[in-house]
Design a protein around this ligand. Structure first.
Ligand code: ADP
Ligand code: MG
Length: 568
């Protein structure tokens, strides 16, 4: 009698599996990165849990990842001495997908003609990528602190089998039965190359059988067997951020970025700093070049920042460590001062943490400044992906408002193109002699903005107006009252005081016009009655006969529409 149970995969897993195996083919090497990454996570978890309970190590204190293969059986095996999985964890972790954006992800993928590897990469398919190269995967695991071992087996088609296994060493062994044609993953040189490329920075030794020159063809069977039992580390095995910058290449940083972010795209830029003094910590902050597909859905699920204490991984702590408007950031913070037993609760009211937080914000804003200044094209790319998120900072982070404002980019009347953007600094530099304010208009879409009659008077005087046409602009800009000591003025609100931009002749003419129009104004007031607050002769218009304006502190028309649409 066998104790084998059969379980069906959750429907989402089946769909993800199908999509992954059919579209990840051109990126199939990625499976190795994902499996090594899981093994490293498992070692991190054990080290963390063992802070509370050192007996979890048992008689096996070493944390390592071993990669071996068997050419005859055509199997590739990764084993780690990490935390391992219990029976329930095997079912939960390798049979379901807990992430909240999963349904959206599947919809987005299925809607495309050809499933897109980029999209899959952004989602981070992880373990399931094993089925890109294997037609059968066997996972044997023993959770630290227990003596039960379990074997999970699947061919990635709807179901997996679960059965007790003979007691194995602590941790997890993943064995891939390679598909026909995937023999490149049975080649030591090829595997080494992949490990070095993808996983050099992993903080645990990744070991492989020693290669001996010419051993394959000519060595006796005995010699071969000996070789396999002798393992050597093939990676640096020191966490990347602990290494001196001078030793690290761009490729090293990019590989590490992909490890922590699960992003297939390259990082846009990064900053790596060690601070010593009152507080000692290392930070490594990355800007992505592309927003993940589920970025807007997952406003609350922020996984971008990994907190370490003295090289020990503690937790994903983006919510505690980064303000929401920087939620696109990926990175690592490694503190020498926080207690190793720090918990989420402890993080809440920790004064040291506030300093770390502001240091991280400062580093990130410095990095954005640098990219904006030195690599305008890159910055434009960043702005397209994340500009609307950064704008939230005007409301969220008053202390850094001016710095954030410096990073904003807007369309303006100076250009006929919607995507020709300007910074506030560049606007201020172009301001006319006598112009006191920074003028802007909010509207629903760029076309509506640039065709607004409210622009006429300013156009006629050659004054540039910023065209704010994103949904968030109205609300965000409301938190920025001035920039570079210049007030910001909505051209559709209050009296449009053009100050010194009007000549004395202009003023005289206006007064005469107002007098002449007085009877008309009275007549219009009579007609509109309570529906308007006031009727005035305006300097705003040159071609249109009339327009609606708001009092200086009224909620703008555009925002009123939005609120109404939201049922407010
Ligand atoms: P992710 O790593 O993003 O959570 P994966 O699909 O790569 O997603 O893995 C799913 C889960 O399976 C992991 O979160 C982890 O709990 C578990 N897991 C995978 N591989 C291992 C391993 N080698 N040791 C322990 N747990 C693992
Ligand atoms: Mg993973």
């Amino acid at each position: 009698t066998t104790q084998t149970e059969t379980h069906r995969f959750q429907a989402e897993v089946q769909q993800v599996l199908h999509l992954v195996t059919h579209s990840l083919y051109s990126n199939k090497d990625v499976f190795l990165r994902e499996l090594v990454s899981n093994a490293a996570d498992a070692c991190d978890k054990l080290r963390f849990e063992a802070l509370q309970d050192a007996t979890l190590y048992g008689d096996q204190p070493e944390l390592a990842i071993d990669i071996t293969w068997d050419k005859d059986a055509r199997t590739l095996t990764l084993r780690d001495s990490g935390i391992g999985m219990s029976r329930d964890e095997l079912i939960g972790n390798l049979g379901t997908i807990a992430r909240s954006g999963t349904r959206k992800f599947i919809e987005a993928l299925s809607a495309q003609q050809k499933a897109d590897a980029q999209l899959i990469g952004q989602f981070g398919v992880g373990f399931y990528s094993a089925f890109v190269v294997a037609d059968k995967v066997v996972v044997e695991s023993r959770r630290a602190g227990t003596d039960e071992a379990w074997r999970w087996t699947s061919s990635g088609e709807g179901e997996f089998a679960l059965e007790p296994a003979d007691t194995v060493a602590r941790g997890t062994t993943v064995t891939l039965h390679l598909k026909d044609g995937e023999d490149e993953y049975l080649d030591g040189w090829r595997l080494r190359e992949l490990v070095r490329r993808y996983s050099d920075h992993i903080g645990f030794p990744i070991r492989m059988p020693k290669e001996k020159w010419g051993n394959d063809e000519h060595a006796s069977d005995e010699a071969k067997a000996e070789d396999v039992s002798e393992l050597e580390a093939v990676n640096q095995a020191s966490a990347l951020w602990t290494r001196p910058k001078a030793e690290l290449s761009d490729a090293d940083y990019q590989a590490f970025y992909k490890h922590i972010s699960h992003d297939f795209n390259e990082a846009l830029a990064w900053t790596h700093n060690r601070v010593e003094g009152n507080q000692n910590f290392t930070s490594l902050v990355y800007l992505p070049s592309k927003a993940p597909f589920d970025f807007q859905y997952n406003r609350d699920e922020r996984r971008g920042l990994k907190l370490y204490v003295k090289r020990v991984f503690i937790m994903d702590a983006a919510e505690q460590m980064l303000p929401a408007y920087l939620r696109f950031v990926h990175g690592v913070l490694d503190s020498d001062d926080l207690p190793l037993n720090v918990s989420r609760e402890l993080l809440q009211g920790n004064r040291q943490l506030d300093k770390l937080k502001s240091a991280l914000v400062k580093r990130t804003l410095d990095l954005l400044d640098r990219v904006a200044r030195d690599e305008a094209d890159k910055y434009e790319g960043f702005w397209r992906e994340f500009g609307n998120v950064l704008k939230e900072g005007l409301a969220e982070d008053h202390g850094n408002r001016e710095r954030i404002a410096k990073l904003l980019r807007f369309a303006s009347t100076r250009s006929e193109k919607a995507d020709d953007l300007t910074s506030l600094d560049a606007y201020v530099e172009r301001m006319q002699a006598g112009q006191k304010a920074i003028y802007f208009l909010t509207a629903d879409g760029w076309n509506a903005a640039r065709n607004s009659p409210q622009l006429e008077a300013l156009r006629a005087r050659g004054i540039e107006v910023l065209l704010l046409h994103e949904r968030i602009d109205d609300w965000a800009i409301g938190h920025l009252h001035e920039y570079a000591s210049k007030p910001l003025r909505h051209v559709g609100k209050g009296d449009l005081d053009l100050g010194d931009l009007d000549s004395p002749q202009d003023k005289e003419k206006r007064e005469a016009d107002a007098k002449a129009a007085a009877p008309l104004v009275e007549a219009v007031k009579g007609l509109l009655g309570d529906r308007v607050k006031d009727v005035r002769v305006s300097t705003r218009l040159t071609d249109s006969p009339a327009c609606l304006v708001l009092e200086e502190y009224d909620v703008s028309l555009h925002l009123q529409q939005l609120l109404r649409a939201a049922g407010q």
